[in-house]
Design a protein around this ligand. Structure first.
Ligand code: ATP
Length: 354
């Protein structure tokens, strides 16, 4: 069996006594793309810098392609790790042309050979014919493709991408994430892609690792992390969940708007909270209820409604763009997820939301 391309084993890194990364365990198979996601300050960049060799761990070990590069038996300098990096600000050399930028990290072969390889990388990222331009003669998206070509040219063991699309506008960002995934998959690159954008993480990662205060909260496929968040934090971070308190009863969970029928692995009487997304909630006008529409936001393809339940708690729900209901309309609110909802014991939820 092949070695994992990269392993973090119990890696901790502190700054001034505060752990930026705490006891991190991660392993990537060759050819796998991991999206590392979490809010600002959760330790994403520090994790990348540790694997690139710009930081040394205080504890634990980092292994690249079977070789310890930090911790344990020593430290391998960044330039000897076989790791390519793509940064948010492109970090291209402004005074040399595009093809020379890409050829920069290629050692050993003759200059002609290096330029040839760089040209073929430019071709791979869709920029053949751009080699003679200077970086300032390119658009942001093109510059980022050059940066990717430069990182991939030496055939690294691992490519690290740190918020690579942050400087691009929304439309281009969407296109770039599709293109970059196709390129990385096309050459079988192993990559860690850092983003604070949940949707980008769901799109680009074969797996997602969710960090919070330097700790790994959950790792899994995009579907697992989205549909089966392990705690309140992940549910909230991965896609705007609302939370509804309830109590485990026989056959489901009793909430203020009725029983949600599903299997629950907790004893009857346990106080829980359900994580609900807007597509789990439906509603219809009904004058005999104490729930009402508080606000409507038109999103083009649909309306997003903010609903107030009798307790004052708020839920969000989608409605069709073809019908408009006014704030103040009394509504009957139902929970109709069509799948098992994530559900957390209330004490645990309080602990994790801190
Ligand atoms: P962002 O999304 O804002 O870039 P991040 O998840 O990449 O955040 P890191 O940059 O890894 O977070 O920072 C993690 C924590 O470590 C933060 O609290 C940060 O202030 C701290 N930190 C990072 N680098 C240093 C440093 N060189 N010296 C001191 N503290 C640092």
């Amino acid at each position: 069996m092949k070695n994992p391309a990269v392993e973090f084993i119990n890696v901790t890194k502190q700054f001034n006594g505060d752990p930026a990364v705490y006891d991190l365990n991660l392993s990537l198979a060759p050819g796998e793309i991991l999206a590392l996601v979490g809010p600002s300050g959760c330790g994403k960049t520090t994790s990348l810098r540790l694997v690139a060799g710009f930081e040394q761990p205080d504890a634990g070990e980092i292994i690249l392609d079977g070789k310890t590069v930090a911790g344990g038996r020593g430290f391998v300098q960044p330039e000897n790790r076989g790791v390519g990096m793509v940064f948010q600000d492109y970090a291209l050399f402004p005074h040399i042309n595009v093809v020379e930028n890409v050829a920069f990290g290629l050692n050993g072969a003759s200059k002609t050979k290096r330029i040839e390889e760089a040209e073929s990388m430019l071709n791979l990222v869709g920029l053949s014919g751009y080699g003679q331009r200077l970086p300032h003669e390119l658009s942001g998206g093109e510059r980022q493709r050059v940066a990717l070509a430069r990182a991939l040219a030496p055939k690294p063991i691992l490519v690290l991408l740190d918020e690579p699309f942050s400087n691009l506008d929304a439309d281009l960002r969407l296109r770039m994430r599709e293109e970059v995934r196709v390129i990385l998959k096309g050459i079988g690159a192993t990559a860690i892609f850092v983003t604070h954008d949940q949707e980008e993480a769901l799109y680009i990662g074969d797996r997602l690792a969710v960090l919070h205060h330097g700790r790994l909260e959950q790792i899994g496929s995009p579907e697992e992390v989205f549909h089966q968040p392990v705690n309140h934090f992940v549910a909230e971070f991965m896609g705007g969940s609302d939370f509804l308190p309830g109590e485990v009863v026989s056959g489901g969970i009793q909430t203020e708007i009725g029983v949600v029928q599903q299997d629950v692995d907790l004893s009857v009487g346990t106080q829980v909270e359900l994580a609900l997304r807007a597509d789990d909630v439906s509603f219809s006008p009904d004058t005999k209820t104490n729930s009402l529409i508080l606000a409507r936001h038109f999103k083009g393809a649909l309306n997003v409604y903010r609903l107030r339940l009798p307790s004052g708690r708020l839920l969000h729900a989608y409605g069709p763009h073809t019908e408009t209901l006014r704030p103040g309309t009394p509504v009957q609110v139902n929970i109709e997820p069509g799948h098992e909802l994530a559900c957390f014991p209330l004490m645990e939820a309080l602990k994790n939301s801190k």
